[in-house]
Design a protein around this ligand. Structure first.
Ligand SMILES: [Fe+2]
Ligand SMILES: [Fe+2]
Length: 246
């Protein structure tokens, strides 16, 4: 994964700004773009916004323990906040439907990775490129049973494999129309042993092993989240997409 290259400070742009400052301003603009897209997701559907924000915290834990350098982990963490951005194109009535989705609604819902990737397509920004990669592949499964393309194993970018595991944990801890919110122990048991929707084979086995060693940190993220936000969420974009220097 690349980061925006810094040129020598004496290299000046057309308006006389040192290249390093121009590059830093550009990075700030990219982070600002992410923050505003997350805000748009919140305005469309508050729970999607809350989910995007929690995911970025969970991903930060897993990426750092996976051994990514701080800057790379930060990029994955920030990009992860956009993994479901394609849900902007899914009607609120479907996102919040109290009962099970019918087949047409599922078909629409399952398009959100491709829609999200389309939204982030054609960027020169490494940050948004990473976000596109995650948006497109975060529902792919290690055993090839996921969507949209049925990729398997290391065909799936590692950033998306990390987000997929965190996404599943967050879904298990959250209320869904088809299930209650599970406690941490139940969520872990389902990830390790499976249930009627989730199989351990869906996950990169090395990441699942890593999760086994540090799962209590995920519970910590959830407990902090509940303490901080309680049942009523306010706009959250500020808390999940840090400034590049932060
Ligand atoms: Fe998703
Ligand atoms: Fe998600």
């Amino acid at each position: 994964m690349n980061v925006v290259p810094f040129k020598h400070p004496r290299d000046r742009g057309r308006r006389g700004m040192p290249a390093r400052l121009a590059s830093s301003a550009l990075q700030t603009a990219y982070y600002e773009t992410v923050r505003r897209l997350v805000r748009a997701a919140e305005l469309h559907d508050l729970e999607t916004g809350a989910h995007l924000c929690r995911i970025s915290h969970l991903v930060s834990v897993l990426a750092q323990h996976h051994g990514f350098a701080r800057q790379q982990a930060e990029m994955i963490r920030t990009s992860a906040a956009l993994h479901d951005i394609g849900k902007l194109a899914v009607a609120r009535a479907i996102l919040n439907k109290p009962g099970p989705l019918n087949s047409g609604e599922w078909r629409l819902m399952r398009q959100h990775p491709v829609i999200g990737a389309g939204l982030l397509e054609g960027t020169l920004s490494p940050l948004l490129h990473c976000a596109r990669e995650i948006a497109l592949s975060h529902h792919e499964h290690w055993d090839g049973s996921g969507y949209p393309f049925g990729l398997s194993g290391e065909e799936i970018p590692v950033s998306a494999r990390i987000v997929m595991l965190c996404d599943q944990y967050d879904a298990l801890r959250s209320v869904r129309p088809y299930k209650p919110a599970y406690d941490h122990d139940t969520a872990c048991r389902i990830l390790f042993e499976g249930d009627d929707r989730t199989r351990p084979e869906h996950f990169d086995p090395r990441l699942l092993d890593l999760f086994r060693r540090i799962h209590w940190r995920f519970d910590g993220v959830w407990k902090r989240w509940k303490r901080r936000h309680g049942p009523s969420f306010t706009l959250l974009a500020e808390s999940c997409t840090p400034h590049p220097a932060g």
